[in-house]
Design a binder for this molecule. Structure first.
Ligand SMILES: Cc1cc2nc3c(=O)[nH]c(=O)nc-3n(C[C@H](O)[C@H](O)[C@H](O)COP(=O)(O)O)c2cc1C
Length: 558
């Protein structure tokens, strides 16, 4: 009966206040809300879909109300500065301060627990140096490129117009122009908002071939050549997979495909917009490299690479073997970690599929080193990088540059409300609702994007200088130390196995288990699993088949 206490109280108060109001009109002020709550309770009891509302008439709404503001309450009142996920308040505050050009020094000493097993640091030098420039750059483009690109070591990761609002795209691109770094379009192609600021673009091509597809959704050479020829497009990136939802593809519901998005992507308005999980332009490792080579030619010699989240190791090895066999090289590879972000993804994809950035980056870097190809193929990496130390440790692990997605969203004012998938982003960044995004001032925010980049690179310059280094390219795995137990630490060089140049070409013994298990068996003409994996699958299949035929689940050994 206690469950109905709130409802019954409302009814009784309504009756009582009605009687009193007949004598003292002020009581109408009590009667009206009490009548409203009584009717709400009645509706709760009569409806059937919600058991909670039937069991707790009136009261259930308070729970829903509190639940809906739970993230804000936790964020503002409960969580500590280091606790919040995916990004802690400390991480976000650093971006906000750098974006707003505020003093970013911290008082009293570190808040990090330097004896926790996640703690990492860079060793300093007694011969510190000072580099007057913080504009660290990487030249991208192999021998087949006629329009090489000098990229910053810190850039805006792929996020489409569609996932982000028009004003967010405007601000990011104008910020990239101010700071001379690149803005990756994401798979949604180039909108008019990308063009206004004139910032360098990396044109991403996903499996939906948006902006360069025919009516059936297949890759269209002429349309691609037209877009890739834009002066603003500096490089082309084939998206194979994304860390937050590898192997998933995606779907923009027809209701969100407005005239503008339809025109940008080259798709019909109001119809569900599908990105298939696989590309239709190629189906083998060699096919991927031939496609990349074709894009390079069609673009007039611009650098072309691919972005991938590493999955089955033999598939990546297949691509690497295809490079070795054909001599067709991507100009760059962007490695995305499982910790990466997205506008919306199924939880299993977000939480439990794909290799995290450290291991993925190490695998890609080591393979290229082992093949003697590392000097010809540049590597970018992304995965929750927001600070100068994040950039340094990632470059030390094997990257040439890093990209940030959510870091740059914070610079636009994102408060991590975790509502990108609802179209109700409170800061007007991840929404297509005009009434929300019109309040994001693109001019003001472009300066924040610029300042975040600028101040982060100055911090990188100072951090490198303290370690006695003039340039990020001097960073190696021996520079970064990680605590692995409360009383033991290891450098990255000691912690991870690294291949030596040519190890995979000369058939030398390789310590890394993945190379020992899969390298020889991987195929350049197929992504199919190698025989040792297929054999294990078959064993399982045989067991299931036997069980299905009423025989034993396990083969008899006795
Ligand atoms: C809102 C949003 C949209 C994204 N859209 C794309 C996309 O279109 N293509 C893509 O390759 N990655 C996309 N990503 C992934 C990012 O480019 C990036 O790889 C990932 O978030 C890791 O970087 P971060 O941890 O710095 O955010 C998106 C991420 C976010 C947060």
């Amino acid at each position: 009966m206690k469950r109905y206490l709130a409802f019954v109280s409302c009814v009784l108060l309504a009756l009582l206040s009605f009687v009193l109001a007949l004598a003292w009109p002020l009581w109408w002020a009590v009667f009206v809300p009490m009548l409203g709550l009584s009717l709400l309770g009645l509706a709760d009891m009569l409806q059937t879909p919600s058991t909670l509302r039937r069991n707790y008439p009136v009261l259930a709404h308070f729970r829903y109300g509190l639940e809906s503001i739970g993230p804000e309450i936790r964020q503002y009142f409960i969580q500590s500065d280091k606790e919040e996920v995916p990004f802690s308040r400390l991480e976000r505050t650093l971006v906000y301060q750098r974006a707003k050009n505020l003093n970013d020094v911290v008082p009293f000493g570190t808040q990090m627990n330097v004896y926790s097993t996640e703690y990492e640091w860079i060793n300093h030098s007694l011969a510190a140096v000072h580099n007057p420039s913080h504009d660290f750059r990487v030249l991208v483009g192999g021998t087949r490129c006629t329009q090489k690109y000098s990229a910053s070591v810190f850039n805006i990761s792929a996020m489409s117009f569609g996932a982000l609002s028009a004003n967010a795209i405007r601000a990011l691109n104008a910020g990239a122009k101010l700071g001379n770094f690149y803005h990756d379009t994401g798979e949604g192609s180039i909108s008019s908002y990308h063009r206004e600021g004139g910032g360098d673009l990396v044109l991403q091509i996903g499996s939906g071939y948006f902006g360069c597809r025919d009516a059936q959704g297949r890759f269209d050479e002429a349309r691609f050549a037209h877009t890739a020829a834009l002066e603003q497009v500096k490089m082309i990136e084939v998206k194979l997979s994304q860390g937050a939802k590898p192997g998933h593809g995606g779907m923009l519901p027809g209701s969100k495909v407005n005239a503008e998005i339809a025109a940008t992507r080259g798709i019909p308005e109001g119809v569900d917009c599908i990105s298939p999980p696989n590309h239709s332009a190629f189906s083998t490792p060699v096919g991927l490299l031939e496609f990349i080579d074709k894009l390079r030619t069609l673009s007039g010699g611009k650098p072309v690479g691919f972005k991938l989240a590493v999955g089955h190791p033999w598939e990546w090895f297949g691509i690497a073997k295809a490079m070795q066999e054909t001599g067709l090289l991507p100009d760059f590879i962007v490695v995305d970690g499982a910790e990466g972000g997205t506008g919306a993804a199924p939880p299993e994809f977000s939480n439990s599929i794909g290799v995290p950035m450290n291991e993925a980056l190490l695998l890609v870097h080591n393979t290229l080193v082992g093949l003697n190809l590392r000097d010809q193929v540049r590597i970018g990496a992304a995965g929750k990088i927001t600070s100068a130390f994040g950039i340094a440790r990632t470059i030390a692990l094997g990257a040439d540059w890093v990209n940030a997605g959510r870091g740059f969203m914070f610079s636009l004012g994102c408060i991590q409300a975790l509502s990108c998938h609802t179209d109700k982003c409170p800061t007007g960044i991840a929404t297509q609702d005009h009434s929300r995004w019109k309040h994001l001032d693109p001019t003001n925010k472009s300066h924040r994007v610029y300042s975040y980049h600028e101040n982060t690179l100055k911090a990188l310059r100072d951090l490198l200088g303290a370690a006695g280094l003039m340039d990020p390219s001097q960073l190696g795995p021996e520079h970064i130390i990680r605590r692995i137990t409360p009383y033991e630490v290891r450098s990255f060089a000691a912690l991870y196995p690294f291949l030596k140049p040519g190890d995979l070409v000369n058939g030398r013994h390789v310590r890394h288990i993945l190379f020992r298990t899969f390298w020889d068996l991987a195929r350049s003409d197929s992504f199919a699993p190698p025989p040792n994996v297929a054999e294990l699958q078959n064993r399982k299949f045989l067991r299931t088949a036997r069980f299905g035929h009423g025989e034993s689940l396990y083969p008899a050994h006795h």
